[in-house]
Design a protein around this ligand. Structure first.
Ligand code: NAP
Length: 303
C-alpha cells in the first residue's frame, strides 16, 4: 500500500526518504503546480545524514490529482493541516488511515472533525530535521516517535513498514498523555526562551518564573484528565533545560528566522483549555499575552 505524504518539508521528507530507501511505495503530495515544478527540477528529495547526501526520486503529484489514498502521512505545520487535508477528502478510500505528525494539540481534532469515517492516528516525535534548501533535508537529531489512536487501542499492521524503514517508534494506548506532556514542556520552556532571548540553558537564570509556570501547567493537566502527564513535570522541565542547555528552542528559531510559530497549538491551546475548564492560570495567561505582543512587534502572526 502506498504511503502518501502531504507536505515535503523537514519531517515529511525525513519519513519519505527512509520509507523509499526501504523499498516501500511512497508518493508526495505537494502544495501547488509551482512547488511540483520546483520539485521536478530538483530531481527528487535529498536527505543529508551524518554529512552524506542521497537523493530519492520519489514520485510526486498534487492533492487535486486523481487516485485513491488509503494511507496518508500529514506532515504540515499544525496551522496548515486542516486546510491541506481538505482537497484530499474526495480521494480517501473507505477505511483510510491518516497519521498526524503535528506538534501540540488542536490541529488533530480539527482534521478528525472533517473525516468522521477515516482513522486518525496521532504522533509525537522527538526526531529532529531541518530544511537546508528546498527539497533538501538534514536529519539533525535521532529520536523516537510515539503513535496512538485515542479511539481505538489496536495497533495498525503497517507498523512493520516503519520497522523496515528504520523509523524508531512505539505504539501507545495513551498518546494524548504524551502529547499533553510534550505540550506542557514546550509551554514551560519555549516562550520564555523567546522573551528572554536565550538558549534553553539561559532559563536556569529564571527559576522562579519556570517554577510557577510548571505549577499552573500541572494544575491544567490534572483538570483536563491527564494526571500522568502532570507527574514530575517541574523536574523534567529542569532536566530538559540542563540537557539541552546549548540549544535554541524551535519557537526561538522560528521567531529568529521570521517564521510563523505554532503558538495557537501550544501555549494558546493550553490557555484556551484552561478557560474552557474555568481554571484561572494568571502566569500562563500573562505569558501568552507577552508572547503575542512580542510576535506582533516582530511583524509575525499572533496565532
Ligand atoms: P516544515 O519543514 O515547514 O514542512 C511543512 C511542509 O508542509 C512544507 O513543505 C509545506 O510546503 C507543506 N505544506 C503546507 N501546506 C500545504 C498544503 N496545503 N499542501 C501541501 N503541502 C503543504 O515543517 P516541519 O518542521 O516538518 O514540521 C511539521 C510538523 O512536525 C510541525 O507540527 C512540527 O512542530 C512537527 N515537528 C517537527 C520536527 C522537526 O524536527 N522538524 C520535530 C518534531 C515535530 P512548502 O514547502 O510549499 O512550504
Amino acid at each position: 500500500m502506498t504511503w502518501h505524504i502531504l507536505g515535503a518539508g523537514s519531517l515529511g521528507s525525513l519519513w519519505a526518504a527512509r520509507l523509499a530507501r526501504a523499498g516501500l511505495p511512497v508518493r508526495l503530495l505537494l502544495r501547488d503546480r509551482a512547488r511540483l515544478k520546483a520539485y521536478e527540477e530538483a530531481g527528487g528529495l535529498t536527505l543529508v545524514e551524518q554529512g552524506a547526501a542521497r537523493r530519492f526520486p520519489i514520485p510526486a503529484d498534487l492533492p487535486s490529482s486523481s487516485g485513491p489514498i488509503s494511507r496518508l502521512l500529514v506532515a504540515c505545520k499544525a496551522y496548515d493541516a486542516e486546510a491541506a487535508v481538505q482537497p484530499l477528502l474526495h480521494r480517501l478510500a473507505p477505511g483510510a488511515e491518516l497519521i498526524l505528525l503535528q506538534n501540540g494539540l488542536g490541529s488533530q481534532d480539527a482534521v478528525a472533525m472533517r473525516l468522521p469515517h477515516a482513522r486518525c492516528i496521532l504522533a509525537s516525535s522527538t526526531e529532529g530535521a531541518f530544511r537546508e534548501a528546498d527539497f533538501r533535508v538534514v536529519f539533525a537529531g535521532h529520536g523516537y516517535t510515539w503513535l496512538g489512536d485515542p479511539l481505538h487501542p489496536t495497533a495498525p499492521d503497517w507498523l512493520s513498514d516503519l520497522e523496515q524503514a528504520g523509523i524508531p517508534h512505539g505504539w501507545t494506548p495513551d498518546i494524548l498523555s504524551r502529547l499533553w506532556r510534550k505540550l506542557a514542556l514546550n509551554c514551560a520552556i519555549n516562550p520564555l526562551t523567546v522573551l528572554h532571548d536565550c538558549r534553553n540553558g539561559g532559563l536556569s537564570e529564571h527559576p522562579a518564573e519556570v517554577g510557577v509556570l510548571c505549577v499552573e501547567l500541572a494544575e491544567l493537566l490534572r483538570r483536563c484528565g491527564q494526571p500522568d502527564a502532570a507527574e514530575g513535570l517541574h523536574e523534567e522541565v529542569l532536566r530538559v533545560i540542563q540537557a539541552t542547555a546549548a540549544n535554541y528552542s524551535s519557537m526561538y528559531q522560528d521567531v529568529a528566522n521570521g517564521r510563523r510559530t505554532e503558538i495557537s497549538y501550544l501555549l494558546g491551546h493550553a490557555c484556551a483549555t484552561a478557560v474552557r475548564h474555568q481554571l484561572r492560570l494568571p502566569h500562563l495567561e500573562s505569558l501568552r499575552q507577552r508572547l503575542q505582543a512580542h510576535l506582533e512587534m516582530r511583524g509575525l502572526p499572533v496565532n
